[in-house]
Design a protein around this ligand. Structure first.
Ligand SMILES: C[S@@+](CC[C@H](N)C(=O)[O-])C[C@H]1O[C@@H](n2cnc3c(N)ncnc32)[C@H](O)[C@@H]1O
Length: 351
């Protein structure tokens, strides 16, 4: 804050809000209405042109009067148009919410699928008061149990992990020195995106994926359909239990931020035990950086709190957790995807 008041922010931070911006920020209706429209696939249903609301209600399984009310709000917000009374069309912005759009925003917002995770924000007050996650209280079971028991949710989550891995997995393959490495264990490796990329690029490598049962089934199917199937095993299990021993690398990609400090140390310790004195642990995470940059990771950080009880962390914070697990920092390489690849070795061993 400067001496002139609250309208000039410190270097690198956004300027203070004006009252109109504040009023827009306070709107809770639009974020939910957009999610409902995405869940009902309204942009898909309008992709070929204007549709009368009775037909749209029929196709989306909704009440026509309530649907008009939803559409009028979203028309006022610029997502749809009403070219004649009771007939609606999309604007260009709605194209971003169609099922075909490569950003897969519709899947993130789908309240019958992964968008359900946003419902945990209804418990943000409790999460802030207690410092603990609220997903189970709001949705009825913890996230990973939810993903296991609701195949639609679990498959959609794994699918979105695949979409994101298309950006960062090739960067991990390129960023690390894999010379002399023969065996890589991807711990919590989802459906195998990293191992599929890595093993395709490095024919001398073999991989083992460790995952919870339902995702392990999907990983097995995906790997069986690939050219690296002879070199890639899937092990169903938990990273809180002992991991396959003696591999050269243990990868934890976007895993630790799902967990609080004590659980993160337990996971790191399992990796350190299995890696022994010569193996290395590779962590792929976004690293909290300079606060003057305006907290770009604050949204993900709060999501980790309400959903999982996890958090985003600074390099020092990860280093402290790794130290408690018997590891020391060796290298950090930014991946260009917003995440970094951080390498740890057994304490007492030179990097
Ligand atoms: C945020 S996802 C990251 C997946 C993948 N590493 C990636 O970056 O795309 C976290 C993964 O941890 C897995 N997971 C959660 N609890 C687990 C456990 N106890 N043991 C093994 N995997 C677990 C989930 O199934 C999920 O695939």
């Amino acid at each position: 804050m400067t001496s002139s008041g609250n309208d000039t922010a410190p270097a690198g931070q956004p300027a203070a809000l004006d009252p109109a911006q504040l009023a827009a920020l306070c709107d809770i209706v639009s974020p939910m209405a957009i999610r409902v429209a995405a869940t009902l696939r309204l942009p898909d249903l309008l992709a070929d042109g204007p549709v009368p609301v009775a037909r749209l209600a029929d196709a989306s399984g909704t009440d026509p009067e309530a649907l008009v009310r939803l559409l009028r709000l979203l028309t006022a917000k610029g997502l749809f148009t009403e070219p004649e009374p009771g007939t609606f069309a999309t604007t260009a912005a709605a194209g971003f919410l169609t099922s075909e759009h490569p950003a897969r925003m519709r899947d993130w917002l789908d309240l019958d699928g992964v968008g359900r995770m946003d419902l945990a924000y209804a418990g943000l007050l409790d999460a802030v008061r207690t410092g603990t996650p609220v997903y189970e209280r709001i949705v009825g079971r913890p996230v990973w149990a939810d993903a296991a028991q609701d195949p639609g949710f679990g498959a959609a989550f794994d699918g979105l992990m695949e979409t994101m891995a298309a950006h960062w997995a090739p960067a991990v393959t390129a960023a690390h020195d894999w010379s002399g490495v023969t065996h890589v264990v991807d711990v919590g490796g989802s459906t195998g995106s990293l191992l599929l990329n890595l093993l395709a690029e490095r024919p001398a490598l073999r991989g083992t994926l460790v995952e919870l049962p339902v995702t392990a089934v999907r990983a097995r199917e995906r790997i069986a359909a690939s050219d690296v199937r002879e070199r890639c095993a899937v092990r169903e299990g938990s990273f809180f239990d002992p991991l396959p021993e003696g591999a050269d690398r243990y990868v934890l990609a976007h895993v630790l931020h799902n967990w609080g400090d004590e659980d993160a140390v337990r996971i790191l310790r399992r990796c350190a035990e299995a890696a022994g004195p010569t193996g290395r642990v590779l962590v792929v995470e976004r690293l909290l950086g300079d606060e003057a940059a305006g907290y770009p990771d604050a949204t993900v950080d709060l999501s980790m709190l309400v959903t999982f009880g996890g958090r985003e962390r600074t390099p020092d914070h990860y280093g402290e957790l790794a130290g408690r697990a018997g590891l020391v920092h060796a290298t950090t390489r930014p991946l260009g995807s917003g995440a970094s690849l951080v390498e740890y070795v057994a304490a007492g061993r030179a990097a």
